[in-house]
Design a protein around this ligand. Structure first.
Ligand code: AP5
Ligand code: MG
Length: 215
């Protein structure tokens, strides 16, 4: 399984990727998660990325491409991978094509998770993430049993810095202008599949599996 999860901020890319990992054991490569880890570690790359992410803008292509290239060459990606949040513009998509050709690992499918824009703001402002295990919650849709505490591991929950209304609006605008055109890019290649991302997490997971012909 070599797939790209495409979708607006808050569409549920990370949520569905985690379900795919649990069921199929394929690694998730989330450029957003890799960048947040670099910020937390205080690396030069993290310091550069932080200013862009804080404003809701895309981090420069060369920064992200270097990270993805390094990650895709790791041993665990030989059994497949789920790219989440990458590529995000045409230049990244073209660079990915070249890289995968070089590695002899062509994409099987690009899955677009489509959610009406009016739902996305609530999903993002309500998101809380576990500091320990990364489990995601939502104060409106799927709250943890005890406030600010992870049901799975008991660690505290945090809210992402870029989940403010102002930054979310910018992220949604960047998505419309730069990322949404990738649907045509991958449609032309004949590998685009679309599922509605409106409904329960499990309903959407069933649609994802059906779209990918998975059991
Ligand atoms: P990134 O981390 O990729 O964020 P994003 O694309 O904005 O997407 P999100 O992670 O916010 O949403 P998601 O689709 O994963 O939704 P989730 O499953 O969490 O990128 C962040 C920033 O990093 C970018 O703005 C950019 O600056 C930079 N960056 C990253 N990649 C880059 C690249 N390739 N190039 C350049 N810059 C890059 O779900 C959201 C919430 O909804 C959660 O609370 C969840 O519990 C809830 N939820 C999920 N599904 C459902 C459902 N069915 N019903 C109800 N609630 C649901
Ligand atoms: Mg995500």
């Amino acid at each position: 399984m070599r797939i790209v999860l495409l979708g607006a901020p808050g569409a549920g890319k990370g949520t569905q990727a985690k379900k795919l990992i649990e069921k199929y054991g394929i690694p998730q490569i989330s450029t957003g998660d890799l960048l947040r880890a670099a910020i937390a570690e205080g690396t030069a790359l993290g310091i550069e990325a932080k200013a862009y992410m804080h404003k809701g803008e895309l981090v420069p292509d060369e920064v992200v491409l270097g990270m993805v290239q390094e990650r895709l060459k790791q041993e665990d990606c030989k059994k497949g991978f789920i790219l989440d949040g990458f590529p995000r513009n045409t230049a990244q998509a073209e660079a990915l094509d070249r890289l995968l050709l070089e590695l002899g690992m062509p994409l099987g499918a690009v899955l677009s998770v489509d959610v009406p824009f009016e739902i996305l703001m609530k999903r993002l402002t309500g998101r809380r993430t576990c500091r320990g295990c990364g489990q995601m919650y939502n104060v409106f849709f799927s709250p943890s049993a005890v406030d600010n505490t992870c049901d799975k591991c008991g660690s505290g929950l945090y809210q992402r810095d870029d989940d403010t209304e102002e930054t979310i609006s910018k992220r949604l605008e960047v998505y419309k202008i730069k990322t949404a055109p990738l649907m045509d890019y991958f449609r032309t290649k004949g590998i685009l599949k679309r599922v509605s991302g409106d409904g329960s997490i499990d309903e959407i997971f069933s649609r994802v599996k059906a779209a990918m012909d998975l059991e």
